[in-house]
Design a protein around this ligand. Structure first.
Ligand code: PMP
Length: 387
């Protein structure tokens, strides 16, 4: 007969619940499509229509009405989410926070040093820090690697440390490893929203980076911002953005503004949005762990429930990724174990640790996540029958 629903290509059957035998679970990329249903429910308030003649000229943040309104909304949203101090801070925009990562490294590199500043991060860390810094490195900065390597260097070495908090891949709220007069720190706060973590206190660091990619889920729009304490650092970052892309697309800014406004349009506290996303992330974390705990072969990172000043209660963990560990001696390549079970993960070596670890994303759409659960369950069930 007629199918009741139109199934995704990887599921079949009258209620689209039977997986297609050959389909792999692609849990590699960090696309935050889990938020798509929220934007479907708010299609009207989040839509942007731009006539062909509209907003054609270059616009620069200082005298652009659009940029100023967007700035106001960014400050407002941080105040609502209680996740960052913005009073008395400078805020700049970038085409994705990716551009701002290197802008910050550039801005924090000393001008008058005889040797390049060493850029480090505490492993496991987000792969772009290495690949981007190595690609752009010059006489002023170079990538060193894991922060533990700093021990072997002289005390007056200039360091720039990337701190990702919550961390990609393991979701932990991290602090800087290095301290001292020669250390500068870049706090990558991409995931510091009540969607992915409890918010213990507003972040108040010298250099903080945010992005709509992990907030609203619009990774393709390429919009991020930096919150900067020091005017000199801010000016150098602005110079970097100016030299790279002159100014930020007005179309992107318009879209970002519409999305941020939509978050607080029907509900000034943003609760509807943050609860929607948080509930999905928490439930996914819960269902993956129920499966993993059926076998001793695998484990995932431990995150404790914590008091969240946004939700005003202790909340269960809701990390964006599962940081899986293969526990058996012979499973030193966890990625291979997963691949044999038709699960595509991101291997540990990409994060500068052993391949005994692998990252699985919880951020994708429901079909992709269902396939991941199905494949994981199959793997764990065949494993536990051997145990
Ligand atoms: N920092 C971290 C820790 C990330 O995970 C990502 C996206 N995967 C980014 C930065 C880049 O974000 P954007 O899309 O704004 O360039």
């Amino acid at each position: 007969g007629k199918p009741v629903c139109e199934c995704n290509t990887c599921f079949t059957g009258p209620d689209c619940s039977q997986p297609v035998i050959d389909c792999a679970a692609d849990a590699d990329s960090g696309d935050p499509l889990y938020l798509e249903p929220f934007w479907m429910q708010h299609a009207g308030s989040s839509a942007v229509v731009v006539a062909g003649w509209h907003r054609m000229a270059y616009e620069f943040p200082d005298d652009s009405v659009l940029s100023q309104e967007l700035l106001d909304h960014i400050r407002k949203l941080h105040a609502i989410a209680k996740n960052a101090v913005t009073e008395g801070r400078y805020i700049l925009f970038g085409g994705g926070s990716t551009l701002l990562l290197n802008a910050a490294v550039f801005a924090l590199s000393p001008d008058n040093s005889s040797s390049p500043a060493k850029v480090v991060a505490d492993a496991p860390y987000y792969p772009y820090y290495r690949s981007q810094t190595e690609f752009f490195q010059n006489a002023k900065y170079e990538f060193l690697g894991d922060a533990s390597l700093a021990k072997n260097m002289s005390e007056d070495t200039n360091f720039i440390e990337f701190v990702t908090s919550p961390n990609n891949p393991d979701g932990h709220l991290k602090e800087a490893v290095l301290q001292g007069p020669y250390v500068k720190t870049i706090y990558d706060r991409a995931y510091y929203w009540p969607l992915y973590t409890a918010i213990p206190a507003p972040a108040d660091e010298d250099v903080m980076l945010f992005t709509i990619s992990k907030l609203t889920g619009h990774a393709g729009s390429r919009f991020g911002w930096g919150i900067i304490k020091d005017k000199n650092v801010y000016d150098r970052m602005v110079q970097y953005v100016d030299m790279s892309q002159m100014s930020i697309s007005t179309d992107t800014q318009l879209r970002a503004l519409k999305l941020l406004k939509a978050i607080t349009k029907d509900d000034a506290s943003g609760k509807e949005f943050f609860e929607f996303g948080y509930n999905i992330m928490r439930d996914r974390w819960d269902s993956v762990n129920k499966i993993i705990s059926m076998s001793k072969r695998f484990s995932s990172q431990e995150i404790s429930p914590q008091y969240c000043t946004y939700f005003k209660r202790v909340i269960e963990p809701s990390p964006a990724y599962v940081w899986l560990k293969c526990e058996r001696e012979e499973d030193s390549n966890c990625n291979d174990v997963l691949r044999a079970a038709k699960i595509i993960a991101r291997p540990g070596t990409r994060f500068d640790v052993e391949d005994r670890f692998a990252r699985l994303t919880s951020l994708k759409g429901q079909d992709d996540f269902d396939m991941l659960l199905y494949r994981l369950k199959q793997l764990v069930l065949t494993t536990s029958s051997e145990e």
